[in-house]
Design a protein around this ligand. Structure first.
Ligand code: HEM
Ligand SMILES: *[C@@H]1O[C@H](CO)[C@@H](O)[C@H](O)[C@H]1NC(C)=O
Ligand SMILES: *[C@@H]1O[C@H](CO)[C@@H](O)[C@H](O)[C@H]1NC(C)=O
Ligand SMILES: *[C@@H]1O[C@H](CO)[C@@H](O)[C@H](O)[C@H]1NC(C)=O
Ligand SMILES: *[C@@H]1O[C@H](CO)[C@@H](O)[C@H](O)[C@H]1NC(C)=O
Length: 333
């Protein structure tokens, strides 16, 4: 009798072991035998790019975020318009308007292909580059999960509906994150990426004078910071530091900025200034502790990086990140 029970447990355990790996398909060791230097190759190109472009790392992590929120982390955001391939680029969706960094991705891809041809996906390149960006800006990295493959489709309408807008209230931001399996702690942690990089003025000038038709500035915007922003924005296209305290450092000052009403975008400030919101306590804990932020950011980046990846034999390893691969020539009939 007892042995039947034991056997049942053994069978159950065996089933779990067999099923386990299909549930968690990405792995930090995915390229260990096939392309062991991939992370350092990517990091070298990001380091090089940073020498002439202080925003290089910021551009790359934003690309990874916009990739993962639309059809999962599958490199779909990198595809450019191609009538021949039936690609209507996600880069044409409002949430991606003016997104930058395609040139850096192309340079990384070239360096990776030179060392390990036809092995590393563009989706994984964005994940590795995001970690490199954070480390090179003085932040703590995380154990990057790998093994994603690239899509053969883009989803422009998905980008239009899934990407968050800087004009949305907290409730809407929370719903968009929940739609991809991220909770309000992830929302706060990941918004911490606004500790570096820039925003164009068009995304926040509405807060400076006549907020929401009230005839008054946004009451959750510090008046001194507001004066600085008015000076900093002669036109809508000018770019301003997302973190006025340490603009290019990856640190937790973003959260103390929010406590001081110095969040640049409304979507930043609402995390702290929405009355009764659960995000307030999270902002406070990240502002109080660099380690709490590093732990939280790494955990949430891994969660975001796990959004419906293509794995196994699904999708492909693109030769060029901006184009799907040509199909093999069909043999003569
Ligand atoms: C919570 C919702 C979010 C909203 C509404 C939002 C919105 C924006 C906007 C409007 C910009 C400026 C774009 C431009 O001027 O062209 C921006 C920049 C940026 N975002 Fe976000 N974002 C959000 C979350 C995130 C997340 C989760 C990440 C990464 C994990 C991220 C990383 C960045 C970075 C690094 C930049 C600067 C890019 C550069 O300098 O080119 N953002 N974001
Ligand atoms: C595009 O994205 C939307 C929103 O996530 C989703 O409902 C839809 O199935 C996607 N379409 C394709 C063709 O992947
Ligand atoms: C917030 O979401 C609601 C419900 O989907 C929508 O009606 C509203 O337009 C959204 N607000 C903004 C500012 O996007
Ligand atoms: C500003 O207006 C938008 C769009 O109508 C609305 O969703 C948002 O909640 C308003 N924000 C405040 C602080 O009133
Ligand atoms: C600048 O952007 C704001 C907000 O998006 C918009 O209302 C305004 O019309 C723009 N101004 C110009 C000159 O394009």
């Amino acid at each position: 009798m007892a042995s039947y029970k034991a056997l049942a447990y053994i069978l159950l355990a065996t089933t779990l072991i067999v099923v386990g790996p299909t549930a968690a398909q990405l792995s930090p060791t995915f390229y260990d035998t096939t392309c062991p230097s991939v992370s350092s190759i990517v990091e070298d190109v990001v380091r090089q790019a940073l020498q002439t472009d202080a925003r290089a790392g910021a551009k790359l992590i934003r690309f990874h975020f916009h990739d993962c929120f639309v059809n999962g982390c599958d490199g779909s955001v990198l595809l450019e318009d191609s009538a021949a391939d039936g690609i209507d680029s996600e880069q044409n969706a409002p949430g991606n308007a003016g997104i930058q960094g395609q040139d850096i991705v192309a340079n990384i891809k070239t360096a990776v292909e030179n060392a390990c041809p036809n092995l590393v996906s563009c989706a994984d390149i964005l994940a590795i580059a995001s970690n490199a960006a954070v480390v090179l800006a003085g932040g703590r990295g995380w154990e990057v999960q790998l093994g994603r493959r690239d899509s053969r489709v883009a989803n422009r309408s998905g980008a239009a509906s899934n990407l968050p807008s800087p004009f949305e209230p907290l409730q809407n931001l929370t719903v968009k994150f929940a739609n991809v399996g991220l909770d309000s702690t992830d929302l706060v942690a990941l918004s911490g990426a606004h500790t570096f990089g820039r925003s164009r003025c068009l995304f926040f000038v509405g807060r400076l004078r006549n907020f929401n038709g009230t005839g008054m500035p946004d009451p959750t915007l510090d008046p001194v910071y507001r004066d600085i922003l008015i000076e900093a924005c002669p036109d809508n296209e000018t770019r301003v530091d997302l973190d006025p305290t340490t603009p290019d450092q990856f640190d937790n000052n973003y959260f103390s900025n929010l406590q001081g009403n110095r969040g640049l975008l409304s979507s930043d400030q609402v995390l702290f200034s929405t009355p009764g919101a659960p995000t307030i306590a999270t902002v406070n804990s990240f502002a109080a502790s660099p380690d709490a932020f590093s732990d939280g950011f790494g955990a949430s980046m891994i969660k975001m990086g796990n959004i419906s990846p293509l794995t196994g034999t699904d999708g492909e390893i693109r030769f060029t990140c901006s184009r799907i691969n040509p199909l093999p020539a069909v043999a003569d009939m």
